[in-house]
Design a protein around this ligand. Structure first.
Ligand SMILES: Cc1ncc(COP(=O)(O)O)c(C=O)c1O
Length: 333
């Protein structure tokens, strides 16, 4: 599997491999299988997160094609945009970010000034405010054509860095898990939104961990769209890898997104507080806490054997919690 993935050049900016360790207190508390956490929140640069694994490959790809600046984007508190900004800073290339307003209702002024919003400024990104639309990549194209008219040669890293190359980068997670564990886990569980993380994990499992179920939890409250995007990315990435993936095997679960993207709900906040209290683990209420809530629901349903190993992928998002009022997270009283 390494041979297949190493054929593609990467930046080398993500700190890999990320640690994998058991969550003994949480496993004991739930009384189910042995739960492990794969710490993709610890990919290093710019406070880390899952996108760096994708950016490592996707940015190399566009820079090798001759781009002189990068266009990407996300919501105001986008982890993805913050990681693109950090990677561009490290690569010494200008970064332009579409900042989508209107997808998430701000709970307080902190939403605009703290967490990822503050960090993207720190990393020197140029921000372009844009209204949210169901096709966010269109706005990135608009910014790129303006830059082209000004004489630049921009490359687009799409919303969520969910390109075929980004997904190939994410398949390295499975190579690492295969190297780090004595036996294949029964399941790997993670948050799924723009499709690249899910595509990478599903492709990696089909190539190298065939006994393992890759279970994504929709956090966008759009499971059909997430499944379609995941399939499209796997199809395109398969062409670059010379591999035909089984798209029917995509396992995307719904029911943990809550009312909509970015809106915390009780089970998600309970999971977030549990991870903090039992393991000192920082989850965020938009992504990782929703996927842990999904994992907990599967354990409660008796989906797994006690003897199973289950890997929870901590995809990051820690910075975003500082954009919330404590009361929004059910903390401090
Ligand atoms: C912390 C975190 N987890 C999970 C995801 C989902 O990844 P993907 O968009 O590749 O589905 C994201 C995407 O922004 C994220 O920021």
């Amino acid at each position: 599997m390494r041979g297949i993935l190493d054929a593609f050049p990467r930046m080398g900016i993500a700190h890999l491999p990320t640690p994998l360790h058991p969550l003994n207190n949480l496993s004991q508390h739930l009384g189910g299988p042995r739960i492990w956490v794969k710490r993709d929140d610890l990919t290093g640069l710019g406070t880390g997160g899952n996108k760096l694994r994708k950016i490592d490959y996707a940015l190399r790809d566009v820079l090798d094609a001759g781009a002189d600046c990068v266009v990407s984007g996300g919501v105001v508190q986008s982890n993805s945009a913050r990681q693109v900004a950090a990677a561009c800073a490290a690569a010494g290339i200008p970064c332009h970010l579409a900042v989508f307003e209107g997808r998430v209702e701000a709970g307080s002024e902190r939403y605009y000034t703290s967490g990822n919003a503050l960090l993207s400024d720190l990393f020197g990104a140029t921000k372009h405010p844009m209204p949210w639309s169901s096709d966010p990549n269109q706005a990135l194209k608009t910014i790129a054509s303006r830059l082209r008219a000004d004489g630049f040669d921009p490359a687009i890293l799409p919303y969520g860095v969910s390109s075929p190359m980004g997904a190939i980068g994410y398949a390295t997670l499975i190579a690492e898990i295969g190297e780090q564990m004595d036996r294949a886990p029964a399941a790997i569980i993670f948050a799924s939104g723009s499709g690249g993380t899910h595509a990478g994990i599903a492709m990696g499992c089909q190539i190298g961990l065939q006994q393992t179920q890759a279970i994504g939890f929709d956090i966008d409250a759009q499971p059909d769209r997430v499944r379609q995007d995941t399939a499209a990315i796997m199809l395109a990435a398969g062409k670059r890898l010379g591999w035909i993936f089984d798209l029917d095997a995509i396992d995307l679960r719904s029911g943990m997104a809550g009312p909509s993207y970015g809106v915390p709900h009780e089970k998600c906040l309970e999971a977030m507080r549990l991870a903090g209290r039992l393991e000192g683990l920082v989850l965020d209420p938009t992504y990782s806490a929703k996927s842990l809530a999904g994992l907990i629901s599967l354990v409660m349903d008796g989906t797994f054997d006690k003897a199973d190993d289950i890997v929870f992928v901590h995809t990051g998002g820690d910075a975003a919690i500082f954009a919330y009022e404590p009361s929004q997270l059910g903390l401090m009283g």
